[in-house]
Design a protein around this ligand. Structure first.
Ligand code: AMP
Length: 171
């Protein structure tokens, strides 16, 4: 996975001053690395009977879709408020400044569904834990989380309330 790490591009001060943005587009654009990343993310959950993979807007979709396909699971999407067309459940979460919210269709996941949540980056964990709450509120079984990148120094894993967290590249 050193090759994947080498192709993740650090973009300082994007989208705001002080943030070092982890740009995964060079990894996705490389056929060999894209394939390897999706296979590695999926391999962690093979044999766990994942029914639904939930992708988080928007870069999470890019990984959740091929992982769901590789696992033979369904794909569900969590989006910013007002983007999903059907009835939704909403979960608000704290940002560094203020609050944001995410939505999931009411019928996307439900009791008996074994669910995996996928996103590109685990940072403070606020986003992923909000999605985990949405899944749990719908009565589904949250198996765990997969990320391409974990920014371990931000301690996001502690917020997720599970040890079932998989990341390919850790900083
Ligand atoms: P957090 O809620 O703090 O864990 O932030 C996670 C969300 O913000 C993910 O959906 C990421 O796409 C995005 N994100 C946070 N920090 C970064 C970063 N340094 N580079 C790229 N994306 C990030």
């Amino acid at each position: 996975m050193d090759e994947v790490r080498a192709r993740i591009r650090d973009v300082p001060d994007f989208p705001r001053k002080g943030i070092v943005f982890k740009d995964i587009t060079p990894v996705l654009a490389d056929p060999k690395l894209f394939h390897r990343v999706v296979e590695t993310l999926a391999a962690r959950w093979r044999g766990e009977k994942v029914a639904k993979v939930v992708g988080i807007e928007s870069r999470g979709f890019l990984l959740a879709a091929p992982v769901a396909y590789a696992l033979g699971a369904g794909l569900c999407i969590v989006r910013k408020p007002g983007k999903l067309p059907w009835q939704t459940v909403r979960e608000a979460y704290q940002l560094e400044y203020g609050e944001d919210a995410l939505e999931l269709h009411v019928d996307a996941v439900g009791p008996g569904d074994r669910v995996l949540v996928v996103d590109d980056v685990l940072a403070t964990g606020g986003t992923a834990s909000a999605v985990g709450n949405l899944v749990a509120r719908q009565g589904a079984e949250l198996l765990g989380y997969s990320f391409l990148i974990e920014l371990g120094f931000l301690g996001g894993a502690r917020r997720l309330g599970t040890s079932h967290i998989h990341a390919i590249v850790r900083y």
